[in-house]
Write a protein that binds this ligand. Structure first.
Ligand SMILES: Nc1ncnc2c1ncn2[C@@H]1O[C@H](COP(=O)(O)OP(=O)(O)OP(=O)(O)O)[C@@H](O)[C@H]1O
Ligand SMILES: [Mg+2]
Length: 461
């Protein structure tokens, strides 16, 4: 980022110092805003974001230390530089412990030091943002490996990525909707901005609302500080609304307003906040049918489905199955720390013919379980078939005979009921991933919403 599009907020109660600093920075091409005290600074920070905060310590109303504490809680990405008058060095050191980047001693000898320090802070901000992006995009999968059914899909996603149009991704569970949303962001002009997601199925209505819009201090029990919502955090980037079909009517109405007006209020607040985001929504539900049943607002649907994209199920893109299996296997092999996993010859045919109710996610889970079952790292057909919970596909006769000779049916153990088996599978999956429900759902090859329903049914928490 050049200096021209880096922004600095200068906070000092002494008019003379404040305008001296602001002018020096403006001359260097920074976009500068000023505030006479911490309170005014917080108000400005609530409305828009800055790259660097340059703040005095002793000020009326809200002082510098309080300002830093509050800002650190709400905007960890902001770089802070402290201005300290002679004799407040100790406080400046405290401020750095709170997370300020550096301090400048007053009175300033020349603007040179100021410019150097601000430039360093901006550079640090930029590097951290780049690291975030590198981390997020480290192993972005290819959407397709050449199946003809995917060609128009990829082309449509590439084209729409260059615009700011709202995209609705429609497809069964595990067809790669989230992966596609990431790809659109990566291919868009917003790629250096944030990608922020929210899963409408995973949170209760009230939590979802405060996660989306943020809340003011005291908006509800437990709201001890103001928090910015995910929409604000997505400013300048892409906002991914996952499982949008699960939105309750109240939130559907609120969301519609945000989509229409691009503005909203935090929960418990009346100040209007705006966020510049590109919207992507995803669903595995039939929204049209939900509309006709009165469960989903038609007007919201039209706002979301500006550019609908259907992601085909795995069974409709057979040429992608084997290459996807190879990619997934490489990932599994890294995760399990087993470098030499490979597919046996009979497995190829089996994978192509298998029904994949959970699509790519189920393919991945099946491969992982088969890898765990295999002692020598070769994933044989029998390991795929023995994978618990899978109904064997109807294999071609020659494959069936190869498998039945290779894998005699195991001696029947006293069988648990389906409910017992399911409860145990969920319990173990949760234990395996340290209680993380999203990961557990992925592991089990089911949607998060399904997992929540099952947890309730089995009385697990
Ligand atoms: N093209 C791809 N290459 C490699 N892995 C993929 C690809 N597409 C999806 N996956 C993997 O498959 C799994 C499911 O993908 P994703 O979460 O995007 O699906 P989804 O459609 O959002 O599913 P759900 O509706 O269940 O949330 C993930 O583990 C993802 O990493
Ligand atoms: Mg998803």
């Amino acid at each position: 980022m050049g200096q021209a599009n880096a922004s600095v907020l200068v906070v000092d109660d002494e008019e003379g110092i404040r305008s001296f600093l602001a002018e020096a920075l403006a001359l260097s091409g920074y976009e500068v805003a000023e505030a006479p005290d911490g309170e005014a600074a917080l108000q400005l920070l609530a409305r828009r974001s800055f790259h660097v905060l340059l703040t005095d310590l002793t000020m009326p109303r809200v002082d510098g230390m309080t300002l830093i504490r509050r800002v650190r809680a709400e905007q960890p990405e902001l770089e802070i530089i402290v201005l300290s008058a002679h004799g407040t060095i100790q406080t400046a050191v405290e401020a750095i412990k709170l997370g300020a980047f550096d301090f400048l001693q007053k009175p300033l000898e020349s603007p040179g030091e100021l410019r150097r320090l601000v430039a360093r802070a901006v550079e640090r901000h930029r590097l951290r943002a780049l690291q975030e992006i590198a981390r997020a995009g480290a192993d972005e999968p290819r959407l397709s490996h050449g199946d003809p059914a995917m060609k128009p899909v990829v082309r449509a996603l590439e084209k729409v990525a260059r615009t700011d149009a709202t995209v609705l991704l429609i497809g069964e569970s595990g067809t790669g909707k989230e992966v596609a949303a990431h790809a659109v962001h990566r291919w868009s002009a917003r790629r250096d901005g944030p990608f922020v997601a929210i899963n409408c199925a995973a949170l209760s209505e009230s939590l979802l609302e405060s996660e989306l819009f943020g809340h003011e201090k005291g908006a509800f029990t437990g709201a001890q500080t103001r928090r910015r919502g995910r929409l604000e955090l997505a400013d300048g980037g892409t906002f991914f609304l996952d499982e949008v079909g699960e939105l309750k009517p109240g939130l559907q109405a609120k969301l519609l307003r945000v989509l229409q007006e691009r503005r909203f209020e935090r929960v418990g607040g009346n100040q209007t906040v705006s966020a510049d985001v590109r919207w992507i929504a995803a669903t595995n539900r039939d929204l049209q049918a939900m509309i006709s049943r009165g469960e989903f607002r038609q007007d919201l649907y039209h706002r979301l489905a500006v550019f609908p994209v259907h992601l085909p199920p795995l069974r409709a893109r057979p040429a992608d199955i084997l290459p996807l299996a190879q990619v997934l296997l490489a990932r599994i092999s890294a995760q399990l720390g087993r470098p030499s996993l490979e597919l046996a010859a009979d497995t190829h045919e089996l994978l192509r013919r298998a029904p994949w109710p959970g699509n790519i996610r189920e393919l991945a889970n099946t491969l992982e379980r088969a890898a765990i079952l295999s002692d020598d790292g070769v994933l044989r057909g029998e390991d795929i078939l023995l994978t618990p919970g899978r109904r064997p596909p109807a294999p071609a006769p020659e494959v069936a005979s190869a498998i039945s000779s290779a894998a005699p049916a195991p001696a029947p153990a006293p069988a648990p009921t389906m409910a017992e088996a399911e409860r145990e599978a969920i319990r173990r999956a949760l234990a395996h991933v340290g209680g993380n429900r999203r990961k557990a759902a992925e592991h089990l090859g089911i949607g998060l919403r399904t997992l929540y329903e099952k947890l309730k049914r089995h009385g697990l928490s």
